[in-house]
Design a protein around this ligand. Structure first.
Ligand code: PHE
Length: 370
């Protein structure tokens, strides 16, 4: 009797070892180039999540294939094709910038490969797509957070800064305008910049001449840092508010004191994070990197875990259709960045925060629920 048990146990062991597969997840990030901080911080968070969990419940092992697109949409598309056609990944995580995710989405859609962007907030990323999901809120939500926060704190007139090269910025500008007007605010004007610009003399002069209470800066941190520095140097007294694209250490590194008081809507602030998922992540993050956990890494960790949860619900975790269905059906996911529910468009319905630069650090102001 004993012998038979041993044989059965051994057979079961062999079976589980020989059948454990490797399941590949492709990742597309801007690890180098002008917005490298987006990619690097995403990757930091991903490493924490992967270290915690890299096996599925059936024993299959997860392999991550991370590709750098240098922040370029053509490269993002090429990387996506390569991950699907050459690496045969089951799912794709990425990108950060909405313009880059929008270059990837049609490829994922055509090949029926589930794609989840952890950070792209423009509504058009998922629009009309059955295979594209996101772990973050969308820009109409964060535009309204900025507008309402600004108006309710006494900033009744605004100038909007739009980065014409970024779909993200165009979308946030539109959302801010709509919500700010609805609240009762007055838009005094709009100035246009382009990613890569270094000299904002003309735009800052326009802003100065309009005397707004607040400037809504809707682009990314490299331009935000230079513009706010030049604005302060030219005597602009208006407050600055922005979106998730500005809250990076580079903002403070480049703008120095001029960054003080810069407010922005964001996905997460560890100071306000109390859930078990957030606490575990923040502790692991501190232990590994010895710095505060940022929102970008937290979003990447959430997107990764959403994929694994979706895979765990499939009898074959490499079945892309099944994984996609479960991803789109995500409900009540207890993430680092909060509780995530995916709606019928593939968008995450969840809370956001407002942060501010205070004494050279990112401080928490408030949480806004959907
Ligand atoms: N939301 C930005 C976009 O869609 C990307 C971003 C997210 C940047 C979070 C920084 C932090 O383009």
């Amino acid at each position: 009797m004993k012998k038979i048990t041993t044989i059965v146990a051994t057979a079961a062991l062999i079976a589980s070892v020989s059948y454990a597969k490797e399941i590949k997840i492709g990742v597309v990030l801007p690890l180098t180039g002008p917005i490298a901080a987006f990619g690097q911080t995403s990757n930091d968070g991903l490493k924490i999540a992967y270290a915690e969990r890299h096996k599925l419940k059936n024993g299959d092992k997860i392999k991550l294939i991370v590709l750098d697109d240098r922040g370029d949409k053509v490269e993002a598309a090429t990387a996506t094709k390569r991950l699907i056609d050459k690496n045969h990944v089951t799912a794709i995580l990425g990108e950060v910038a909405s313009s880059n995710s929008m270059a990837m989405a049609p490829i994922a859609e055509r090949s029926k490969t589930p794609m989840i962007t952890h950070a792209s907030t423009n509504p058009r990323v998922t629009k009309g797509k059955k295979f594209v999901t996101r772990a973050c809120f969308i820009d109409p939500f964060q535009g309204a957070i900025q507008a309402n926060y600004a108006y309710d704190h006494g900033y009744k007139t605004a100038v909007i800064v739009t980065d014409a090269k970024q779909d993200y910025s165009v979308g946030v500008s539109k959302a801010f305008k709509k919500a700010y007007l609805k609240r009762g605010g007055k838009i005094l004007g709009r100035v246009i910049i382009n990613s890569g610009d270094k000299d904002f003399n003309a735009q800052v002069s326009t802003i100065k001449s309009k005397h707004p209470d607040i400037v809504d800066f809707t682009g990314y941190y490299p331009e935000a840092a230079l513009m706010v520095r030049q604005a302060r140097a030219m005597g602009v007294k208006a407050a600055f508010i922005g979106g998730d694209g500005v809250g990076f250490p580079e903002l403070i590194k480049i703008a120095g004191k001029a960054a003080e008081g810069f407010m922005y809507s964001d996905h997460f602030n560890e100071a306000a994070a109390t859930s078990p998922a957030a606490k575990a992540y923040v502790d692991a993050f501190h232990a590994k990197y010895h710095k505060p956990a940022d929102s970008m890494g937290a979003l990447a960790a959430d997107a990764y875990n959403m994929i694994l949860d979706a895979m765990n619900k499939c009898s074959n975790p490499a079945d892309k259709i099944c994984v996609n269905k479960n991803l789109r059906d995500t409900k009540n996911f207890q993430g680092v960045t909060g509780v995530i529910n995916i709606d019928k468009n593939g968008d995450a319905v969840k809370s956001g925060v407002v942060n501010v630069v205070r004494n050279g650090k990112f401080a928490y102001l408030t949480t806004v629920n959907p």
